[in-house]
Design a protein around this ligand. Sequence first.
Ligand code: CLF
Ligand code: SF4
Length: 492
Amino acid sequence: MAFVPLDALTTTTSAEAMRDAISKTGCSSTSCGSDAGPADLPPDVWARIKDHPCYSEEAHHFFARMHVAVAPACNIQCHYCNRKFDCANESRPGVVSERLSPEEALRKVVTVANEVPQLSVLGIAGPGDALFDWTRTKRTFEMVSEAIPDIKLCVSTNGLALPDHVEELAAMKVDHVTITINMVDPAIGEKIYPWIYFEGRRYTGREASQILHERQMLGLEMLVKRGILVKVNSVLIPGINDAHLPAVNAEVTKRGAFLHNIMPLISDPAHGTHFGLTGQRGPTHAELEAVQAECGGGARLMRHCRQCRADAVGLLGEDRGQSFTLDRIAETVTYDASKRDAYRDVVAREREDREKAKEAAMQNLGSTAAAAELLVAVATRGGGRVNQHFGHAREFQLYRATPEGIAFMGLRRLEDAYCKDGEGEANILESIIAALQGVDLVLVGKIGDSPKGKLEGAGLNVSDEYAHDYIETAISDYYARKFGAAPRALSA
Ligand code: CLF
Ligand code: SF4
């Protein structure tokens, strides 16, 4: 996705022009986290997640996160991790980020905050375990929150050291904590974790997983008791914990987890992990969606995770980390709040409009007599609109429409974008058609006749008729036309 360009924020003179910039260039990725909005949550909870792109699907259309890789040490071994790379619990496997001291991290965060008005969250997710390497994590959070008091602090951990730091996290107003919990049964855990290092000793086998499990559950309960919002990440490993994840969902829901993010294992021999080298495969789209469906009644599901890099910067689905490496940032930086403040004012108004459009869309659906279901894939660059060219899409957002409403269902990620240097790639098109299997309608901002014809030849309906409309408005209008209700005027 693209950022709102800085010049759009610094040179525009009217709110209308800034809003236009959002609608045309917003998030290139789509919803994350819970798709619950202000109407579904207590006001105090909504206030805490509304600017967090991972905890709110709605927020990820507008807000960005950044990670700083300040915590290299880890206290466990996961079979999907090669310690040469970053922690795979909250970041893309096989990626190495630039290790930073807390002082370097502060410079980087201030630089990004000055240049990326969407920035709302600072996350520490490794490259090892943020809580085992606590001194560096704590120092970074302290310095950043002093310089940028309104930035949200977010941390991700394997949970082993968590109970030792809950009080300090609460005192530092860290309001969002992710724990990776892949099992609640140590018999399954021993297939994932060969060893842990705890209280000066190395443990292996079932005993290691028993200790890890107990510490994870204790840490979760302690956080919930202090009102901290907890997201649980689970790596879906076919044949090992796929049938077990509904039990994990039930346990973490019972203990008050706010969100459950089921992530597909990414396994590649080139990553040098135990799973990669022993041929353990990751799940298919269908397998991931089936497990998510089984867990649908428990903790709210996050379906928009992009398995970011540990040095990711930007809206989810986009990574501008390489623009902010240490060699590109100044030795001395001072925080300037003006762009972030201006951006927030504009987003507040854009959100109001989008909410109204969604309400109208839901009424439109409700007016149809049919009980039909429609699965829609949308190409979007953010702002909640159908606004991405088919050839540029690297993923599609999936929505299900029924007379009861429109629900975000997850992502269909692509191997690559169709268009390269202005030319379409036939083999990529084949993989895109495969990724869109089961979809009834594909909505894009624009598409050429040739790829459109090929998609239609493969049985997919494609439309660019709704370019720049809100996603819900477009889907409800198509649905109403297809299933018999009177079409209504588009109101984006
Ligand atoms: Fe980072 Fe994680 Fe905080 Fe988000 S990421 S520490 S909760 S600010 Fe978000 Fe990235 Fe998925 Fe993580 S999309 S990998 S869930
Ligand atoms: Fe690797 Fe993270 Fe697991 Fe530690 S917790 S072994 S860094 S994936």
